[in-house]
Write a protein that binds this ligand. Structure first.
Ligand SMILES: C[S@@+](CC[C@H](N)C(=O)[O-])C[C@H]1O[C@@H](n2cnc3c(N)ncnc32)[C@H](O)[C@@H]1O
Length: 158
């Protein structure tokens, strides 16, 4: 729903696991002519996810990377993503934030899972994003809690 509502076509997911969330993102991305890049460092999960992508007929809109997420983030071009979904090693989010924020295009959306299920762990990261004047944030208490942050579009006025 978030992909379709924002029209996000350039999507980055950090934390593939077996690819369940990737399939949802990819199905929506395909409808918009977009693509999903997803990152997983555990070989068994990455391999299983690839099988799921093929079986679902969505492999052509998914770039599935077997890699450490920090290394992938370091290669991201500025303003190159419309939506970033963070669902991985929560302890790393604070360190990743400077790169994630640059990767998000104006109007881009950050989605962070486990915002209520692991609220204490995520508190330092959420504080950091909420203190950033370029972002508008919201906590959506569905499932395990989704923290949303959108980068103010360049044309927006205060
Ligand atoms: C909660 S699972 C992802 C679930 C998936 N997004 C879903 O909703 O279906 C988190 C995954 O992130 C991976 N992960 C954690 N830290 C990572 C890192 N630094 N680089 C790459 N993958 C990482 C873990 O191996 C694990 O499979």
């Amino acid at each position: 729903m978030l992909v379709r509502a924002t029209g996000a076509r350039r999507i980055l997911e950090i934390g593939t696991s077996n690819g369940y969330s990737t399939l949802w993102l990819a199905e929506a991305a395909r409808a918009l002519g977009g693509r999903v890049t997803t990152v997983e460092w555990a070989a068994g999960r990455w391999s299983m996810a690839g099988e799921h992508f093929a079986r679902a007929g969505l492999a052509d809109v998914i770039e599935s990377l077997h890699a450490e997420a920090g290394r992938v983030l370091d290669r991201e071009a500025p303003a190159s993503r419309d939506l970033v979904f963070l669902d991985a090693d929560r302890e790393r989010y604070v360190d990743w934030w400077p790169v994630v924020r640059e990767t998000l295009a104006p109007g881009g959306l950050l989605v962070v899972d486990n915002a209520t299920s692991h609220a204490d762990e995520l508190a330092p990261f959420i504080d950091l994003v909420e203190a950033d004047d370029d972002f508008t944030t919201s906590l959506v208490p569905v499932g395990k809690g989704e923290f949303l942050a959108t980068r103010t579009p360049a044309s927006a006025t205060a």
